[in-house]
Structures are given as C-alpha cells and as structure tokens.
Design a protein around this ligand. Structure first.
Ligand code: AMP
Ligand code: ZN
Length: 119
C-alpha cells in the first residue's frame, strides 16, 4: 500500500531503527539525520517516515507531510546556524539527477559557498 514501509529500503530501516543514523531531529512525520558522506559542513537529510519514492509522489499523496519535510529542513538550517549565510534544499529526483535512495528525502546543505547552477 502507498506509504507503507518497504523491506528493501535503507531509509525505511533508518525510520524503524534497524539501521543506525546520527539523528538530529524527529517529528511525528519526519526524521532528520546527518548524511553519511557529507558534501558540506552541514549536510542533513530530512525524510518522511512514510515511504514514497520521491518528493513529487510524496507531495501528491501526502501534501501536509511534504510541508512537514520543508519545515523541518528550515529548522535544521536554523539549528545548525547556516540560515544566516544561506543554504540549499535539494530533492534529487531520478537516477539521471543523482538520486540513489528511492525514499523521498531533502538534502539540507550549508556552511560553505554554494555554486549556482549546481552541477
Ligand atoms: P540521493 O543520491 O539524492 O538519493 O541521496 C542519498 C544520500 O543518502 C547520499 O547523499 C548518501 O550519502 C546518503 N546515505 C546513504 N546511506 C546512508 C546512511 N546509512 N546514513 C546516512 N546517509 C546515507
Ligand atoms: Zn523507504
């Protein structure tokens, strides 16, 4: 069923606690944890607890939870004190755009200069 945990999904396992992560925030609907291969001083992933393969499918099915992900991304930036200088929220969508984990997630990147456009 849509949104149900997937047994082969790494991020569902982080939600369930079966895979450890450095969790920085949790809400009723989301978990935020540090990326295992950080690309910036602040590199946090914010995920919905429900399983959808990407941000667009999450937003279509569960718009309030998509909003929760965005709110939590902003709070992570504030708590890591990268909001003053500026930070980036990225949803890689599709393998061609670099998505490797097909459970919706926002990357929160900050703490260094960020080029535009991204590569
Ligand atoms: P994406 O390439 O947009 O799908 O992002 C997936 C991200 O998950 C990458 O930045 C990985 O470094 C990160 N990642 C993979 N495994 C883990 C893990 N066990 N804990 C934290 N982050 C992870
Ligand atoms: Zn999942």
């Amino acid at each position: 069923m849509a949104g149900e945990p997937q047994s082969d999904c790494l991020f569902c396992k982080i939600v369930s606690g079966d895979v450890p992560a450095t969790i920085v925030r949790e809400s009723d609907t989301t978990v935020a944890f540090r990326d295992i291969n950080p690309q910036a001083p602040t590199h946090v992933l914010v995920i919905p607890k429900v399983h959808y393969p990407d941000a667009a499918s999450l937003a279509a099915a569960e718009p309030q939870i998509a909003a929760d992900v965005l709110r939590e991304a902003g709070t992570v930036a504030t708590e890591d004190m990268v909001d003053g200088h500026g930070y980036r929220v990225v949803f890689n969508t599709g393998a061609g755009a670099g998505q490797t984990v097909f459970h919706a997630h926002a990357h929160v990147l900050g703490g260094r200069g960020l080029q535009w456009p991204p590569g």
